[in-house]
Design a protein around this ligand. Structure first.
Ligand code: OGA
Ligand code: MN
Length: 270
């Protein structure tokens, strides 16, 4: 039975070489879940799962949500492919998914279907490692701070043209307050940042912007980041509670489509 795992860098990302039967049978599910949390992102090069198989595999890792068509969400910047495309330009900035859900998604399984000729590489930053390597003085400075997460934050910087309708829509979303440092049930801590983190509560806006930019710059240093160059049929699973992710710019009419199954959240932010 083929099943080998290879770390892609010291701090983030592991490649899993195996076959469909092993993934769908679930015999390695416990090991994969553990690896996912330890490594942030798992890649399954050219595994070529069908939609149904992708759902089935996701089920071995957690509880798939019903987002999209029968649980399969098409990720595209083209509004003709998916209605959610209007918000997906936000994927160009570092973010985690589900800042506005009571319990953010546990993880996500994504398959490359159609790729863009230019751009479209996906980057993942390990936010456990980024927190753990912060200088002690910085950890002390950010302990107890909370950020306000907004739709405005996820969208403001990424559109060339903002219409009054778009601005009004973004304003209509609720603001959610989350700690800058997530203390997980496991006892480990991770940085909780990203474009949704709009400002830090109780801080002057300039000071808050400076700290958020500084922490994002810290977390996006190459040693914390894995960058995936897609090939058709690749599948990736990421731990949405322990990584930030973003995609490098690609044209909205490039045809790029990834198929995504989202795993229900398991742990409230604390
Ligand atoms: C997502 C996402 C990145 C990409 O599906 O949540 O951010 O590469 N996707 O399209
Ligand atoms: Mn995302």
């Amino acid at each position: 039975m083929p099943f080998t795992t290879t770390d892609l860098s010291p701090l983030v990302g592991t490649r899993v070489d195996t076959d469909k039967a092993i993934l769908l049978g679930g015999t390695k599910a416990a090991e994969l879940r553990q690896l996912l949390e330890a490594r942030g992102v798992l890649t399954f090069p050219k595994i070529g799962l069908t939609d149904e198989e992708q759902r089935q595999f996701a089920q071995t890792l957690g509880t798939p949500t019903d987002q999209g068509e029968r649980g399969l969400h098409k990720i595209s910047l083209d509004v003709n492919v998916t209605e959610t495309a209007k918000y997906l330009k936000g994927t160009l900035s570092w973010h985690f998914d589900g800042w506005n859900d009571p319990v953010p998604a546990r993880g996500t399984v994504l398959t490359g279907r159609v790729l863009s000729k230019t751009g479209g590489q996906t980057l993942f930053s390990n936010t456990y490692a980024a927190y753990e390597e912060l200088p002690e003085a910085k950890k002390a400075q950010i302990a107890g701070l909370k950020a306000a997460h907004t739709m405005m934050g996820t969208q403001r910087g990424v559109h060339e043209l903002v219409t009054p309708e778009m601005a009004a829509d973004w304003q209509s979303f609720a603001i959610h307050r989350h700690p800058l440092v997530w203390t997980h049930r496991s006892g480990r801590k991770s940085l909780l940042l990203g474009s949704s983190a709009d400002w830090i509560e109780g801080m002057d806006r300039g000071e808050s912007d400076a700290l958020l930019v500084e922490l994002k710059a810290w977390a996006s240093q190459p040693r914390f980041v894995y960058r995936h160059e897609w090939q058709v049929g690749d599948m990736i699973a990421w731990d949405n509670c322990g990584v930030l992710h973003r995609v490098e710019p690609y044209p909205a009419d490039s045809g790029r489509v990834l198929h995504r199954v989202t795993l229900e959240g398991e742990e409230a932010i604390a």
